[in-house]
Design a protein around this ligand. Sequence first.
Ligand code: AMP
Ligand code: GLY
Length: 446
Amino acid sequence: MTLMVVGGGGREHAIIKKLKENREAEKIYALPGNGGIAADAECVPINAKDIEAVADFAVSHGVDYAVVAPDDPLVLGAVDLLESRGIPCFGPVSAAAAIEGSKVFAKNLMKKYGIPTAAFETFDDMDSALAYLKTAPVPTVVKADGLALGKGVIIAATRDEAEAAVRYMMADHAFGKSGDRIVIEEYLEGPEVSVLAFTDGKCIKPMVSSMDHKRALDGDLGPNTGGMGTVAPNPYYTDEAARRCMDEIFLPTVAAMNAEGRTFKGCLYFGLMITKDGPKVIEYNCRFGDPETQVVLPLMRSDLLTVMRAVTEGRLAETPVEFYGGSACCVVMASSGYPKKYDKGFPIDVPADVLPYVFFAGAAAGKDSLVTSGGRVLGVVDVAPTLAGAVSGAYAKAGRISFANAYYRKDIGRRALLASRNAAASPACSGPVTGSARECGSGREV
Ligand code: AMP
Ligand code: GLY
């Protein structure tokens, strides 16, 4: 089979490496991929957002199956277009991708169908938003409606900060049109959990849970980033939390999308907060998370291509989705200065025995070696029977990779390790990596 993966970051590298485990995957194109992905796929310099060019390429190169990984092309309708040209795809159609593409849509969906989330108000004019803030409780959270590269969320500790956030989005247009409508919502507290789940609209099968580390600096300080590291499973996602999420969030979400005529097929990402009143949805994404995918897929025992095609063909219920029982840790190595200003173009040195553990993101082909080309340069991942083993393995490998201006957090997994030491219940999917595989809170039909 000829496969095409749309996107070019660490997440896409992880997807491509996992797809390659299937011997049917004879040829994989990455659009655009990156210099590091080039070792595993043929990279084609087509922008993922140029969905017409993506579809033309797929048709002219005999692509049998496509995986559209990033949010932008999904929201723009890449899957609708590819399917209309006869190419089966993994990923939701545009109407279903709205669950990420519009926060207002997602919040209204949750309200209509009783899915637990932070209380909220939506605004499309600035004066009403500012008037509302005069009496709103603080801290509060201001969110741009549309896609904003993960930066469209501002946690405001005071009313002044909240007002400034509203002006930043609605008057300064900091996120362009994405900020023309905003959501102002209740500030929730509790540990965060990411759960990615396969769904074909009839059945949902969650993958192993994970924990992102979004802030730039150790101790969860500094600005928000695309994600500085991940661990899986997430110790806060106990069997009890998993059961409640399935009943109160996952199944109702899939059913709600069906009822709205927006059946979701693909990977649905639940950004959850485990509050004292139970799990609540912080955000939905219409795709695999980055860098969650880099820890989730290495723990997946089942064949990814088989599961993806089952989703596309509506056969997920009869297709096993199994994970190993161990843990994984991904340490993101970034260019110093990210997520703000940083220099690039520096040679990246990865020893040959570490290379299999690396997923490249901001890496380009240089004269003699790969060179840094982005903020997040690569993720280095280790898998071990215990979380402590995975964390120390990932850091040992990161210590052997070098490039000028490299920066990485030194505390990825620390909170998870503390939590798992204190946990009364074991996290869902725990157990030795070589032990019998299990499904993560087995799939359920809607
Ligand atoms: P998002 O881009 O929606 O994932 O938001 C980015 C981050 O902001 C989340 O990972 C949370 O840490 C935080 N956040 C978003 N919404 C809330 C909320 N209602 N209460 C507290 N923190 C939030
Ligand atoms: N890691 C968060 C995201 O993929 O949106």
